[in-house]
Design a protein around this ligand. Structure first.
Ligand code: C2E
Ligand code: CA
Ligand code: CA
Ligand code: CA
Length: 273
């Protein structure tokens, strides 16, 4: 048993222990799942406002563990804490590239953890995978969140620049839910901004809504940085965000995350119309 200093601790310590044990168990399962290639990407369509067609996909990791579905918001942070994210991230990237190699006309967006970006091998690893899979670097966009730009600006900017030289593009993910400024888009050379769904959902039912939202999109447009609106669930949101200047929409309205096979089917039906 643990040495507990205060009586107060006694009351909740057993819960904490149980929680810790559960996490340790999940970490073991995660380690095995990565080794067994049990974590696979699904693909969510990115739809062009101009053509109303699918112009790209975002890969999203999925894990159906022996004890049920585990959300990426749970296993990605766990992988980051337990040193598994580099391995997992490279596998997701490889699976995504293989699936997307058949979707010639589409761009592929893959989420990258700050820990991966700061790994000294990351640039070479990505370059190697692209070469090995014979995948055009210009089709690949890496999505990163702002945190790493603040915590490790020098490492982040070195990795971003090296990969951009090889033709890879970068998107600033979840824009508007943290502190990232339009200046950061410029400073780090981002090719695209992804507006967080919390901003998108700030629009009211008439599609009017926040002046900040519109000003943000307009400012990005003035800097020639195209904007994807995330979390589009209603026609009203789609219309408003398109009118405000977003060139790409993503969300359940225009396409849910789906298997590679389901996307294949969707693309062939799109080609028929
Ligand atoms: P994200 O990169 O912001 O991805 C968008 C999330 O919004 C996804 O959640 C997607 O399923 C969800 N989404 C898309 N459209 C809608 C909509 O219309 N309404 C609502 N309510 N949600 C929508 P998901 O797949 O659960 O992923 C959560 C987060 O986990 C991602 O947020 C990303 O930060 C992280 N993640 C997922 N896959 C990976 C990965 O392979 N690597 C890393 N590093 N992170 C990942
Ligand atoms: Ca993303
Ligand atoms: Ca996002
Ligand atoms: Ca997010």
């Amino acid at each position: 048993a643990k040495q507990l200093g205060k009586g107060r601790a006694f009351a909740y310590a057993p819960d904490l222990d149980a929680e810790r044990e559960e996490l340790a168990c999940l970490e073991g399962q995660l380690r095995r799942a990565i080794a067994d290639d049990a974590i696979k990407p699904v693909f969510q369509p990115l739809v062009s406002v101009a053509s109303q067609k699918i112009c790209g996909v975002e890969a999203l990791a999925r894990w159906h563990s022996p004890t049920g579905f585990v959300a990426p918001d749970v296993f990605i942070p766990l992988a980051e804490r337990s040193g598994l994210i580099d391995d997992l991230g490279m596998k997701i990237l490889t699976f995504s590239i293989r699936a997307a190699s058949g979707w010639n006309e589409l761009s592929l967006s893959v989420n990258i953890s700050p820990i991966q970006l700061c790994n000294p091998n990351f640039v070479d690893d990505v370059t190697d995978i692209l070469a090995k899979e014979n995948f055009d670097p210009h089709r690949l966009t890496l999505e990163i969140t702002e945190g790493v730009l603040i915590s490790n600006p020098d490492q982040a900017s070195r990795a971003i620049n090296a990969l951009k030289e090889r033709g890879i593009r970068f998107a600033l993910d979840d824009f508007g839910c943290g502190f990232a400024s339009i200046g950061a888009l410029r400073q780090f050379g981002f090719d695209r901004m992804k507006l967080d769904r919390s901003l998108v959902w700030g629009l009211d039912d008439d599609g009017r809504g926040s002046g900040i939202l519109k000003a943000t999109i307009a400012l990005a447009a003035a800097l020639n940085i195209p904007v994807t609106a995330e979390g589009i669930e209603t026609e009203t949101q789609a219309k408003a965000l398109g009118a405000a200047g977003c060139d790409q929409l993503q969300g359940y309205l225009v396409g849910k995350p789906m298997s590679a096979q389901a996307l294949d089917d969707l693309l062939s039906s799109e080609r028929l119309v």
